[in-house]
Design a protein around this ligand. Structure first.
Ligand SMILES: *Cc1c(COP(=O)(O)O)cnc(C)c1O
Length: 481
């Protein structure tokens, strides 16, 4: 992808790939969309794919593969032990990260399980810039604590800070001074997922590593969203301007003791694992792989996915490839800002995030603004986003609602999947919804599971607002879908 200036003055992100395999999409009429969201209990996780036009739920396992990845899948070596595929994958990881050892796992959270089982016990503290859901679950499951040290700008919805995922280094040192004996490792999350795919700078990564090593502790990187972070370092950080993506990657990797990742994101495939240079560390974690994942040369992954991953990792070293997500997200964010729609800034990786608190201030937090906005946007455009607000939280032990610090609707932009006209369509329907925001009402639970309610819970609108939204749509768009 390249930002290209048109003769007419407009500037757009231009695709530097062509489409060679396509999947048919359906755009069902607005009346059907209203029915479908009702059938799904107003929970976008429960929608059926046949009713969805643009699936912006997640970037996990839904990134498009290249012709080279598909070709590599054909030469995958199926042997249970010692497969040539595994060797190709570990060689690629060693080439890119300089890590000789690799422990394969079936996906990112399985790598987190291995890390937590090795290093976390009751009272352990794991400092990190920001938590990810599965990371935190594995640490707290074993009695450990997560300490979030992201800079203040990280949790401000609108900011111009180019690296909102940075650590607050003063707080990191203070934590080491006060509770260092309880800290086995510091976790750096590249492209910080839950605060909008916001990156860390190379300078901050190096500083976190130096501080942590000066206290004799390990540095672990969650590299699931590293590709976006690499793009942002290359384009936003002065000191990296003259480094290639490969050089930036190596500079980062040299500062890490363990690099783990979800290959559902990094490498455009599925799977995951942990890479490291140190043999002792490797031996310390090794036996957990055959116990929970699979034999050491596949760890629960199919050999085809491992081949695709090796090629995907190589493609991650190409700016034309890794710029695709960030440039589309920036385009979408800039267009929405221009139209006055409240979004998270600056644009990060992963997706564009609508700020439901400012979008529909009249919907009380107890009636789930981000969830309501997700349902409304599906009705308005057949676009599926993910609620990242109070519905995604758990109730307190006394049964009261734990109100989220932010109410966001995340619209993920899976890599190499959508075209610019589809992004423009999404922007248009969001703008229409914004102009009709007074019609949007809240939601209430009718079926509320006690854990992971955001996956399975069912909700009803608090009034007939969805019917009114359908009527307004018909009035403005006539017979159009
Ligand atoms: C997705 C993700 C994970 C978990 O990976 P899975 O493959 O979904 O298990 C961990 N960390 C981050 C930052 C992620 O984005």
């Amino acid at each position: 992808m390249q930002e290209i200036q048109f003769y007419t003055g407009e500037s757009i992100p231009l695709e530097l790939h062509k489409v060679r395999i396509v999947q048919k999409l359906d755009l069902v009429p607005v009346e059907r969309r209203a029915e479908a969201i009702k059938e799904a209990g107003n929970n976008t996780f429960l929608l059926k794919n046949k009713d969805i036009f643009l699936d912006m739920l997640t970037d996990s396992g839904v990134n498009a593969m290249s012709d080279r990845q598909l070709a590599a899948m054909m030469i995958a070596d199926d042997s249970y032990a010692g497969s040539a595929t595994f060797t190709r994958l570990t060689d690629k990881l060693e080439e890119i990260f300089g890590t000789h050892y690799f422990l394969p796992a079936h996906q990112g959270r399985a790598a987190e399980n291995i890390l937590a089982m090795t290093f976390v016990e009751k009272g352990t503290i794991i400092p990190m810039n920001y938590h990810f859901t599965t990371t935190k679950a594995h640490i707290t499951r074993l009695g450990g604590y997560v300490e979030e040290l992201v800079i203040d700008e990280g949790t401000e919805i609108t900011s111009t800070h180019p690296f909102k995922g940075n650590f607050d280094l003063t707080r990191l040192k203070k934590l080491f001074d006060e509770k260092g004996d309880r800290i086995p490792f510091v976790r750096i999350e590249a492209g910080t997922n839950l605060i909008g795919g916001q990156p860390l700078s190379l300078e901050n990564i190096e500083a976190v590593s130096d501080i942590t090593h000066s206290y004799g502790k390990l540095v672990v990187m969650d590299a699931s969203l590293l590709q976006d972070n690499l793009y942002f370092i290359k384009t936003r950080e002065e000191k990296a301007r003259n480094l290639s993506v490969r050089e930036i990657t190596k500079r980062i990797a040299d500062k890490m003791d363990i690099i783990y990742f979800s290959a559902r994101k990094l490498g455009f495939a599925r799977g995951g694992g942990l890479a490291m240079r140190d043999e002792k560390l490797y031996l310390k974690m090794r036996e957990l792989v055959p116990m929970f994942e699979g034999f050491l040369t596949y760890g629960g992954m199919s050999v085809r996915e491992m081949e695709a991953m090796a090629v995907g990792l190589e493609e991650t070293m190409d700016m034309d490839v890794i710029s695709q997500g960030p440039l589309f997200i920036k385009y979408m964010t800039d267009e929405l800002l221009r139209l006055g729609v409240p979004v998270v800034t600056p644009a990060g990786g992963l997706g564009c995030h609508l700020d439901a608190t400012r979008f529909i201030p009249h919907v009380r937090q107890e009636e789930y603004p981000a969830g309501a906005l997700a349902a409304a946007l599906y009705i308005a455009g057949g676009i599926r986003g993910m609620e990242r607000g109070t519905i995604s939280e758990q109730r307190e032990e006394d049964g009261s609602e734990h109100l989220a610090s932010v109410e966001l609707l995340r619209l993920a932009v899976p890599r190499r999947v959508f075209t610019l006209s589809q992004i423009k369509y999404a922007v248009d329907r969001i703008k229409w919804l914004y102009d009709n925001r007074n019609l949007i009402g809240g939601l209430k639970f009718v079926e509320e599971p006690s854990s992971l309610r955001f996956f399975f819970g069912r909700l009803d609108p608090v009034s007939d607002w969805q019917q009114k939204l359908v009527e307004a749509f018909r009035k403005d768009f006539g017979d159009s879908l």
